[in-house]
Ligand binder design. Structure first.
Ligand SMILES: *Cc1c(COP(=O)(O)O)cnc(C)c1O
Length: 229
């Protein structure tokens, strides 16, 4: 069985290969190692292998691990669904949030971001497959939410994210990823620092990179399969 450090190295090499094969710079693509449900010891192995960005989805276990690993030079990304009563912990412990999809949540994160920390980096989650059971704002509401967030001084609008429906045909997946890229380009014209496309997971990271992803969120391909939840 391969170790976490070997698998992280393989993912890094794969990002490099895929980027070069489609004429992109490998350094323009950040790997977010998604460590949800993994123990702190696994995270230490990934960081020792070179992981700098870590992604978590469940606030309680995330905060415990962040506190336990406070000596690590790691940048923490919150990527899970956000309930309003959890915004304070997110604002206090994370550098990036990929799952903001409504003004109320953004406003709370802005109000609760501690003064001694830099503004919280915000990525807006889109419901690109327009699935009523999925998180995320509809593309039609994106401009308005973006305009509200850029007025919030303790937040910094940085990009957009989506989790496509599972089992899409590859052609449809590419179509949705490209539509995300087009939406980002539109936002970036207005807000130059809004330049991150958070797309791609263990199963579709190559396609996401080919469609312009700048942040791939990779869990099981690094840490192994997770227990069911
Ligand atoms: C769990 C999760 C990932 C990682 O998924 P893998 O398939 O294990 O790579 C990425 N993004 C989000 C939003 C997740 O919840």
């Amino acid at each position: 069985m391969s170790t976490i450090s070997q698998r992280f190295e393989q993912i890094r090499a794969r990002v490099h290969r895929t980027a070069e094969a489609c004429g992109r710079k490998p350094e323009d693509i950040e790997i977010i190692a998604v460590s949800k449900t993994c123990p702190a010891s696994s995270i230490e192995q990934a960081v020792a292998a070179g992981a700098r960005h870590l992604g978590e989805s469940y606030i309680q276990e995330a905060v415990e691990k962040i506190q336990q690993l406070s000596g690590l030079a790691a940048i923490w990304h919150f990527i899970g669904p956000i309930q309003s009563n959890k915004t304070r912990q997110i604002a206090e412990h994370f550098a990036w949030v990929h799952s903001v999809d409504r003004e109320k949540i953004a406003r709370r994160l802005n109000d609760q971001r501690p003064e001694h920390l830099p503004p919280l980096n915000i990525i807006l989650q889109l419901n690109i497959s327009q699935d009523p059971n999925k998180q995320g704002i509809a593309p039609a509401g994106l401009e308005q939410l973006a305009a509200q967030i850029v007025e919030m001084p303790r937040l910094k609008l940085r990009g957009i994210m989506a989790v496509p429906a599972i089992d899409l045909e590859e052609s449809e997946l590419r179509r949705q990823f490209r539509a995300m890229n087009t939406l980002l380009t539109g936002l970036q014209t207005k807000y130059p620092e809004c330049n991150q496309l958070s797309l791609g997971m263990s199963g579709d990271m190559d396609i996401a990179i080919e469609c312009g992803s700048t942040m791939v969120r990779v869990g099981s391909a690094i840490f192994g399969s997770r227990p069911g939840r």
